[in-house]
Design a protein around this ligand. Sequence first.
Ligand code: NAP
Length: 339
Amino acid sequence: MNMKQFILKEAPNAKLNVSNFELQEVDLPKPKDGQVLVRNILLSIDAANRTWMQGRTYRDQVIAGDVMPSYSVSEIIESKDPEFKKGQIVTAESFWAEYSIVEPRDLNKCPDNISLPNLLSLFGIAGLTAYHGLFDVGKVRASDTVVVSAAAGSVGVYVGQLAKAIGCKVVGIAGGDTKCKKVVEELGFDGCIDYKNANLVRDLKTHCPEGIDLYFDNVGGTVLEAVLIRMKNKGRVVCCGAVSQYESSSPTGPRNIPGFVITKRLKLEGFIVMDFKERHMEAITHMKKLLNEGKITIVEDITEGLQSAPEALVNLLNGKNFGKSMVRVAPDPNEQKMS
Ligand code: NAP
């Protein structure tokens, strides 16, 4: 039996293009002792996928010829590990492929009663990154004025909604009028600034006249530079990502570091969501409660078919997604059973 997979054909120099990938047809792999064969159902499309091509990060660099790695929701088809059983739904360190061989250490059993897309959005990387970044790193307080960039992206939509749920004032920064309107009208942010068509320093002053207590930074670069100018003394900056720099051949940092960090006594702290693995269940329970109380709206951007994975990643890097981007590779087996 054959299956389809994508390799990174050529590493990008700057802007990623769909032509950097190649679709291949290969034999279905067989799991060895201790391994598991999974059918991929949903692939998580993440800005981090692009950083993996730049060099070694918290994982090995993806180089030309590699099958493109991806976080996924998958179904176990064959298991040669006693911990995992055929038919189980798992999240996995998988690949852009119809089927993948995965080591048990790269598999996680999923909590019950959560829809599969939600395992990647609110109850997956997106929501957990927002939750731990806001509460564990940023130590958010109800009295805070919070600003979040990439506000209409997968992490940003939950940062804003979680902060609103505890009573903060929340202002987003996003690209384009349509996204900004949606963030305010559909997700309840107090305001949203279109960074592509704004004087950010001036508009931040209009939206946050008293200054900013907590900035959740997903983008780095010139947006971070502008926000630092409007931080209150003793403000906190949660460094989550720097997507504005991932495709740049000459990355630029904010020019006011360390100057403003010193004079405003700011605290900047980075994190990786897996740092808080032990607290994921607690976060999921809290977010489930907020969802049931109607305080959170789930936002998912699902593209159909493995063949669309390269385009979905290129689109995300160009700001064409709203909420959590993912690619459906196979139907949900639970829905198939019901129909
Ligand atoms: P996402 O927010 O769903 O999509 C990325 C968004 O970034 C795009 O929609 C685009 O929205 C914005 N963007 C692209 N280029 C930009 C630029 N030059 N300047 C400003 N904004 C730009 O993607 P994601 O995968 O969830 O990642 C969001 C951020 O979280 C990334 O920085 C990622 O690395 C980080 N992250 C960190 C962790 C962690 O553990 N630390 C975990 C997950 C994600 P606009 O239309 O608004 O430009």
